[in-house]
Structures are given as structure tokens and as C-alpha cells.
Design a protein around this ligand. Structure first.
Ligand code: UD1
Length: 430
């Protein structure tokens, strides 16, 4: 390629192959990002294993470097030395690249006493406000210095532990409060905390740095802040497997009428996804040591109702993928999105492929069609992009997916993983 020429990737899928093979579940994107943020609290070197190779992980490492951390990445192993921080300002260009950069707010505030970050706007799946994050930090003594020119400045000479009741079990707010609370004076109790497995993973990492934190997964989390004492440890932590990547590959194989062996999975984390896959007609078994198998004969039936909800309910991050699968299941399915207000936009792209989906507000009514057909479609968000891949694999003919940058934010080398199990998929650069 000529220097200076912008290169855009497309995925080209020749649909119709039955997928069959083994996939090892990679480390979880939504676990590694908050744990990377948490390494900022440690005045020592943290080692993280099983980190996925994703654009968002690279962006987070760039943010950590900009704050003064020394980072060293060797495959899936990342070393972060945060003993000397030199800045509390998160470069705007990096924060804008990754909306979830807001999860760094609590950690930088706790460690540096102030943080400057660009105010996150809405995105394709909804407004995504951060009012709960900010209210909780204010309760702990932080001052919101206001938003000017899109930048948010938060200060706290001292954070004070307190009782916090979340209006909704927000994943990001729970993580931010946990991290800020680590350096506060006294105990912080978070009630109605998010129960996602990624929260438990964050707790496990924090415990390895010597912080007394308990209750993750139960809805009530208690953190004993270290106050003016320093957190200094040499933790080695292995990131949990990605339940959404696991669910996506299972749905893809189910849609093509194939068979899959997943290794390195945690059965309980994907319980609600497996429940739906069983109900559409897939045969699923689990074996000790993290092995889950799926067999599908391709003759699948509709689901009367799937409602997304916080863990352990059906994950919103699997909603587009299950809709793609249901678009080929016989009968009428109903899917209700309760977490994000605007998460059905990708269905327009599925309709181009022949899917019969009628969206009314937060409800999608899907009438299964016998065949989907290949088309040129555009990914506009990460999981919507995953849904287009699933539809493309199950469709007749060729599907060309643009907007692959979104997909790369959450799936490591997706075309290689799927090719190895028999998909006819390639990446072309234009
Ligand atoms: C995280 C995940 C994302 C997942 C989501 C829900 C990461 C990096 N991202 O996002 O993949 O889809 O959880 O499982 O882990 N809300 C407010 N005010 C707030 C915070 C949230 O109104 O201050 C609302 C949001 O707009 C949304 C709902 O609460 O409607 C859930 O959001 P939240 O759990 O915070 O999601 P994220 O942490 O952004």
C-alpha cells in the first residue's frame, strides 16, 4: 500500500458452509479494560495474562502510557508499571476512540486527586449518560469542576468512603466507584451493584493488590479504602474468558447447522445464552475443565420471548447476535431490549439480507425466513457487526461487510477464528 493512503477493511463471506471445529475462548474485553484501569492504583508492577488482542486494549494501553505508566505487551501477557504517574489528563483523541475510557475516571481520581477526560457523547446504541458515576463520586467528596469544551474535570483532595445506592446496576458506575473507593478513607458500600462476572474479576485483581474488597457478584460490594497508605503489590492476574465472544461463536455455528467445541469457557457465565440456544433446538453439553459443545441441525425454532437484562439475565451484548440467529428460525420470535434504548439499528442491515424484522420501540418481532441472502451491509457498532457476520455465514451467496473497525474492537482476528472452523470468510483492504 502507498504511504498516506487510508486503508479500509471489508469482510467478504461466502455463506452456506456448515461450521465445525474447536474454538478456544479468548480473554474478556469487558474484564481486561477495567482491570487495566485498576492497575493505575498500584504503585508497583501488575502482570495480566490472557489479555485479548483488541483495538480497545491497545487504546487503553496508550492511555496508561500517556498517564506515565510503563507498559510492556508480549502476546496475551501485559506488564504495567504504574509506580510513577506523570499526568492526570486523558488525551482527548484516545478517550474519543474508546467510549468506555470513562472507566478510568475513578482510578485516576483516586490516585492523582484530579482527572481531566473528554465527556463521552452518545453512541450508536444509546445516550450512555454517566450521571450515576458522577453522583457517586460527588458523594465520596469529589468536586465536578464542570464541563468546558467537552472536557470533564473532577477533583478530590480526599475521597471519603460512604454508602452508595445505584438507581440501576450500571457496570461502568460499579467499576468506577470500586476503584475510587480503594483509595478513600474508610468503608464504601455499593448497593444495587452490577453482578456481572467482569465485576468479580475486577474484585479478584484488587484483592491481589492487597485491597480488602468483598461481595462482587452479590449486588452489595464492600471496599475498605486504604486512605493515605499506598497500594503497592506485584499481582499476577489471569483475565476471565469472554462470555460474549463465546456466545457469538456458538450462535454463528448454530445458524449454520454445524457443531462446535468451545474450550476455556465458564459454563455459568454463558448460562442464559445456552438456555436460549437450547430452546431454539441446539444440543448443548458441558464437560469439566471449561468445555462446552453445541450441535445444530439447522432446523431451529423461534423463541416466544427474549428480554435483555443485567447479569444473570440475557446480556444486551448478545441481543443482535441472537436476533440474527432467530431471523432464520421457523416461527415468530420476540426480543425486548431493556438495557440500551437504541440497540436495534443493525436490523436495517439484516433486512437487506432478507430478514423479516419489525422493530417497535424496544421490541423486535422477528418472523423466521427460510433463507437469508448475501448483500453489502455496514457494521455501525460492535455487536451489530457480529450479527451481520452470523447472518452472512448463514446466508446464500456473498455478503460484504464494511465498518469492520467496530468488529475489531471486540473480536480478535475474527476471520481467522471462523476460517479455522470452516467458514469462507476473508478480509480485504481497500
Ligand atoms: C458495560 C459494557 C457493555 C455492556 C453494558 C451492559 C464494558 C466496557 N462495557 O457498558 O459492553 O453492553 O455494560 O451490560 O464493560 N446508565 C445511566 N447512567 C449512568 C450509567 C449508565 O443512565 O451513569 C444507563 C446506560 O445508558 C444504559 C444502562 O444504564 O442504559 C446500562 O449501562 P451500563 O451498565 O453502565 O453499561 P456500560 O458500563 O456503559
Amino acid at each position: 500500500m502507498l504511504p498516506g493512503v487510508l486503508c479500509v477493511s471489508n469482510l467478504i463471506i461466502a455463506g452456506g458452509s456448515r461450521l465445525s471445529g474447536i474454538i478456544e475462548v479468548p480473554g474478556a474485553k469487558n474484564a481486561v479494560l477495567p482491570v487495566l484501569a485498576a492497575t493505575l492504583l498500584n504503585n508497583g508492577t501488575s502482570i495480566l495474562e490472557n489479555c485479548p488482542e483488541l483495538d480497545d486494549v491497545h487504546t487503553m494501553l496508550e492511555i496508561l502510557s500517556a498517564l506515565g505508566c510503563k507498559t510492556n505487551k508480549n502476546g496475551s501477557r501485559i506488564e504495567i508499571d504504574a509506580s510513577n504517574l506523570t499526568s492526570s489528563s486523558i488525551p482527548e483523541v484516545l478517550a474519543k476512540r474508546m467510549r468506555s475510557s470513562i472507566i478510568i475516571l475513578g482510578a485516576v481520581l483516586a490516585r492523582c486527586g484530579e482527572v481531566i477526560v473528554s465527556y463521552p457523547g452518545g453512541c450508536e446504541i444509546g445516550m450512555r449518560p454517566i450521571d450515576m458515576h458522577l453522583r457517586a463520586l460527588e458523594q465520596m467528596g469529589a468536586e465536578i469542576d464542570g464541563v468546558s469544551q467537552g472536557m470533564l474535570k473532577v477533583k478530590a483532595s480526599k475521597l471519603q468512603g460512604c454508602e452508595i445506592l445505584l438507581d440501576y446496576p450500571s457496570v461502568g458506575a460499579t467499576e468506577n466507584i470500586m476503584l475510587a473507593a480503594c483509595c478513600a478513607e474508610g468503608e464504601t458500600v455499593i448497593r444495587n451493584a452490577a453482578k456481572e462476572p467482569e465485576i468479580e474479576d475486577l474484585q479478584e485483581y484488587l484483592k491481589k493488590t492487597g485491597v480488602d474488597v468483598s461481595g462482587a457478584g452479590s449486588g452489595v460490594i464492600r471496599i475498605q479504602g486504604v486512605g493515605s497508605r499506598k497500594i503497592k503489590a506485584e499481582p499476577v492476574h489471569r483475565i476471565i474468558p469472554d462470555r460474549i465472544a463465546a456466545g457469538t461463536y456458538l450462535a454463528a455455528v448454530a445458524a449454520t447447522g454445524g457443531s462446535l467445541v468451545l474450550t476455556g469457557a465458564i459454563y455459568d457465565h454463558i448460562g442464559s445464552i445456552l438456555y436460549c440456544l437450547r430452546r431454539v433446538g441446539c444440543r448443548i453439553k458441558s464437560y469439566p475443565g471449561g468445555v462446552v459443545t453445541l450441535e445444530s441441525d439447522g432446523h431451529l425454532k423461534a423463541l416466544d420471548l427474549v428480554r435483555t437484562s443485567p447479569y444473570p439475565g440475557f446480556p444486551t451484548d448478545m441481543q443482535p447476535q441472537i436476533v440474527a440467529l432467530l431471523s432464520k428460525c421457523s416461527g415468530t420470535s420476540v426480543v425486548v431490549e431493556t438495557v440500551f434504548e437504541n440497540r436495534f439499528r443493525y436490523t436495517e442491515q439484516l433486512q437487506k439480507m432478507g430478514a423479516d424484522i419489525n422493530v417497535q420501540g424496544r421490541t423486535a418481532i422477528i418472523r423466521g425466513v427460510e433463507k437469508l441472502k448475501g448483500a453489502s451491509v455496514e457494521a455501525r457498532d460492535l455487536r451489530g457487526g457480529a450479527a451481520l457476520i452470523i447472518a452472512g455465514l448463514a446466508a446464500e451467496g456473498e455478503t460484504r461487510i464494511s465498518g469492520v473497525g467496530y468488529i475489531d474492537r471486540g473480536y480478535e482476528k475474527v476471520e481467522r477464528v471462523l476460517s479455522r472452523i470452516g467458514a469462507n470468510i476473508k478480509r480485504v483492504e481497500e
